[in-house]
Design a protein around this ligand. Structure first.
Ligand code: TRP
Ligand code: SF4
Length: 446
């Protein structure tokens, strides 16, 4: 889409499709699977559905070094769960297999503030439409918890406390808020900041890399959270020209500067550094035997110290961005528009009807298609096969090239997609019923 990408609006129904442009305009990094050595990457990673990230390196290091890391995902209950939502859950499940702690936020406050859904209705809808599906899709209860924004005091407290480091002009610049914006709308991103950062409170295990898998529409929240998290750090770790790595104190009172720098020195001595230079007036500790590559390690070592000193020590959260699925009707997929998507609670018959009438990339007539080939890159049915239904990469490649060569016809794809989705939905419906008895293993009411 060649629209101006000056600002991303999380609440609009606009679709973002020009992924290259999003990467450059918003400083999102391209996700290059080869860089990270992830074990048995799932299809979304293998097929480039996850196309971008912020600081995935933090996650990858924690994973390879066996340190704790977490996944935080959230859902605003407003209607039904569709296959677009499924891509995020698939990612969460995959990260769980890699050893992450999983937190699922039910954004009942956001649904109330932004969409007028009552808290009770929101919680009920979240369980029935989303959480049962998450469990049915294979999310494990170990190291996994589902909570509600409205019931979790520390999330709301953080939303309030952390907003001390955001001013109105920042909120306007990020979200395009204006004088008529209602204040619960203003607060909902701040509560989301609370969601993302609360997993790093001592109560939940302390500072750790956290990955938030989202669609790009949520990127403004990610940027806001990273900025606020960093603003609350006591030490900032920066490379210097001549003195290795500098650890600088931010805004500490004069009388404690020396003490705080000495404590940092002690901690960094404990992880193997020994050449230090203290500059108290500059509020700086130089780690002269450290190089730029050591900066992350130094930063991570200082996080728990900050907690001991009464701070938060937040590790800036990371994110991945997945491509949106094309809706069946051409607008953004929506929970509240029955025709725009296949829902996870659709019956096989309903799904069949939707897929059979979906827009493909096929030629106008069978003759055209056979002669010119089809275009799988703009085909909704192909996308369904690619994102969700075909596990085998070689088979997917056959479909792709068969289509382009005009050897494969749309009827064939649709038939295959309908069969696969029927099996999937039937199985999921059964598992949803089983999941009902296991809700208590996942859902927390505090
Ligand atoms: N704002 C998200 C949505 O509209 C829901 C959400 C709430 C969320 N808290 C979150 C998403 C934290 C990711 C992380 O769907
Ligand atoms: Fe899509 Fe298959 Fe038709 Fe190609 S042949 S346009 S992939 S449905």
């Amino acid at each position: 889409m060649a629209e101006e990408a000056d600002r991303i609006d999380p609440w609009s129904s606009r679709q973002y499709e020009d992924y290259d442009r999003l990467l450059t305009d918003f400083g999102i990094s391209r996700f290059d699977l080869g860089e990270y050595g992830l074990k048995d990457p799932s299809i979304l990673f293998r097929r480039g559905v996850i196309f971008g990230h912020r600081d995935f390196g933090s996650i990858s290091s924690a994973y390879h070094e066996g340190r704790r890391w977490a996944v935080l995902t959230g859902l605003a209950p407003s209607g039904k769960m569709h296959f677009g939502h499924k891509t995020v859950v698939d990612q969460v499940r995959y990260f769980q297999t890699l050893g992450a702690d999983i937190f699922v936020a039910v954004a009942d406050l956001e649904a109330w503030g932004a969409r007028g859904v009552s808290l009770e209705e929101g919680r009920k809808m979240a369980i029935e439409e989303y959480i049962l599906n998450y469990i049915a899709m294979g999310l494990r209860p170990e190291n996994c918890q589902v909570y509600f924004q409205s019931l979790r005091g520390e999330v709301k407290d953080l939303g309030y406390q952390l907003s001390r480091k955001v001013n109105w002009s920042t909120m306007k610049a990020i979200y395009g808020f204006d004088d008529s914006t209602n204040m619960s709308h203003v607060q909902s991103p701040l509560v989301q900041v609370g969601d993302i950062l609360h997993v790093q409170l001592e109560k939940h295990g302390g500072p750790c890399p956290t990955i938030v898998p989202v669609g790009v529409d949520q990127d403004p929240h990610i940027r806001l959270t990273r900025d606020i998290g960093s603003a609350f750090r006591m030490y900032s770790v920066l490379g210097t020209e001549k003195d290795g790595i500098g650890v600088f104190l931010k805004g500490a009172d004069e009388d404690v500067v020396e003490e705080l720098l000495s404590k940092a020195k002690y901690v960094l001595g404990g992880i193997g550094f020994s050449h230090f230079k203290l500059n108290v007036p500059y509020k700086a500790l130089y780690v002269q035997d450290a190089t730029v590559d050591d900066a992350p390690r130094i930063d991570i070592a200082l996080e728990p110290l900050e907690v001991k000193l009464g701070g938060f020590g937040f590790h800036p959260p990371s994110s991945t961005y997945n491509k949106f699925m094309t809706s069946l009707t051409g607008e953004k997929m929506s929970s509240s528009k029955p025709d725009s998507a296949v829902f996870l609670t659709d019956t096989p018959e309903q799904a069949k009807k939707k897929l059979m009438s979906a827009k493909t990339g096929g030629g106008v007539t069978v003759e055209d298609h056979k002669r010119d080939g089809g275009n799988p890159d703009v085909c909704v049915v192909y996308e369904m096969l690619q994102f969700h239904l075909v596990e085998d990469d070689a088979h997917l490649e056959e479909i792709y090239s068969g289509c382009k060569a005009g050897e494969r016809l749309c009827g064939h794809c649709k038939k295959e997609a309908v069969e696969l989705i029927s099996v999937f939905l039937t199985d999921l419906a059964e598992k949803r019923e089983e999941a009902r008895d296991r809700l208590d293993e996942y859902v927390r009411y505090d």
